[in-house]
Write a protein that binds this ligand. Sequence first.
Ligand code: SF4
Ligand code: SF4
Length: 318
Amino acid sequence: MTEQSSPQSQKTLFGTETNPSHVMPAKLTLDSRIKFRCHPGVSCFTACCGNINITLTPFDILRLRKHLNLAAPEFLHQYTVPQYLEKTDMPGVKIKLTEEGRCPFVTPDGCTAYSSRPTTCRYYPVGMANFHERSDEDAEKATDQQFFFLVKEPHCKGHEESKEWTIREWREDQGVDVCDEMNRDWMALVMRRKSFGLQATLSEKAQRMFFMASTDLDQFRRFIFESSFIDTYEIDPEELERIREDDIALMKLSYRYLASSLFGTNDLPIKAEKIKAKAQEIKKKQADVEKNADSTYQELKEFRDNMLAELNNKKQTP
Ligand code: SF4
Ligand code: SF4
């Protein structure tokens, strides 16, 4: 157990559920200074590791299950419960609390998963706002629009400590920067989906794929190497070799794959010959439909002509 624990009673991962009355009305920058320290000596120590909603990102899941030395299915079964992310139809998971409503990793001495604690735990009490989807073109702009805020809840005595930090130092100390880097593209997918509102729904197949790629990288790796994935997508051979062993590279590839397959981006381009084959298949289907429509029309026409001829015959017969 290390000196600090960073629990929280509000979900801050996507910055949407923090009680506004606890948010200090000041926009902070990376150079703003805050006074805060969480350590075993505070009277509230670990008090806030309960009755919380800790959404897990793919990076959180990877790190926690490595820490616990568990395969993804065991980890998910033992420590998580499913939930929809950010009121979208994207399925994800959050930490399963004990019957007493406590985080399964908390003990009176602090967090037993401290070095691998989730992103949400690392953020507290500094939230980040105006999180923008980043692309190469507007990366600088997105960074410019970022700002930070402090969450001060009455029960949290860490704010009464004298230790002073800049936001930059605090984030670095808590490993938030690394989490941001690892989570950014995945969170952008969720926010993008959210921006669509209820206008469209993800198919069950798409939901299953999103869940699998987000929670079980071993299974996603099998999907890559044992399905038609490699024949379908343009993927650099070196990257392909790397993802056999490198989970982080695999996780980043999964984000690109999800962006392409769910939102039709070009993050992971489809091979030209596949597009050509698909176009030919569609063309053939269209030709078949036209051919069928033509023969159906001819059949109907013949039927109608026969009927008319029959009626005419009847009329002429006295
Ligand atoms: S993971 Fe650790 S820091 Fe986060 S709520 Fe659980 S015990 Fe607290
Ligand atoms: S100081 Fe704040 S973050 Fe630390 S244990 Fe107390 S309530 Fe939780």
